[in-house]
Design a protein around this ligand. Sequence first.
Ligand code: PGA
Length: 249
Amino acid sequence: MRRPVLAANWKMNNGPTAARAFIAAFTARWTPHDDRTVIFFPPAVALTTVVHALGGRRDLDVGVQNIWTEDKGAFTGENSAPMSKDAGARYALVGHSERRHVFGETEAQTAQKCAAAVRGGIIPILCVGELLAQREAGTTNDIVLRQLEVGLSELSPDAIASMAIAYEPVWAIGTGKTATPSDASTVHGAIRSALDKRLGKSSGDVPILYGGSVNAGNAKSLLSTPGIDGLLVGGASLDVEGWAAICDT
Ligand code: PGA
């Protein structure tokens, strides 16, 4: 059985001072469970603070919210996969909806970023998800499966088999609206079938996370929904008690 993955996407919140305080409070509050993976995605400026604050705890992991497509060079403001790994990141989110829709990240760039992550020894978590208008037009699966196909297009089967996918309907992110378990289950099933087809065998080891207004109140029903292997949590991961409750689910 896949280990559930619980990922905290802090977005542009918690600089080093707040991050240090958060991790201290969280590690004091949370009893380690070795049957699940918990990952923090702090802002890049707080990455090493979080790594040090975790003090080598093996039950808690760290990732970056974004990487650039190249390994180094004249790319002002960006961070590469090798640099992120050097700073202690094990994972990178790629293609988060805010990267796509606020910063104009293209599908081709998500493919290059997934490839850059793997090349740099970082595990990509490719985020996919439809806009409200696309859901209403009945094109959810087309959009999500296209984002998946393009995002994975530069990866070897072995790289795909060791990464993760996050399905985050854009209309559910930060809005308080969550996909119904049955809606989410349908999309997760379509992603699973596409992964199996792409690999030519079972993609069983690739966790498919759900994200979009997850909180301590709905985490349990989402995690018990067939096809949902973990949660990518934004707003509700900023509160120590609420995040610990989600990680305890
Ligand atoms: P939310 O964000 O939990 O605040 O909806 C999730 C995400 O964007 O990853």
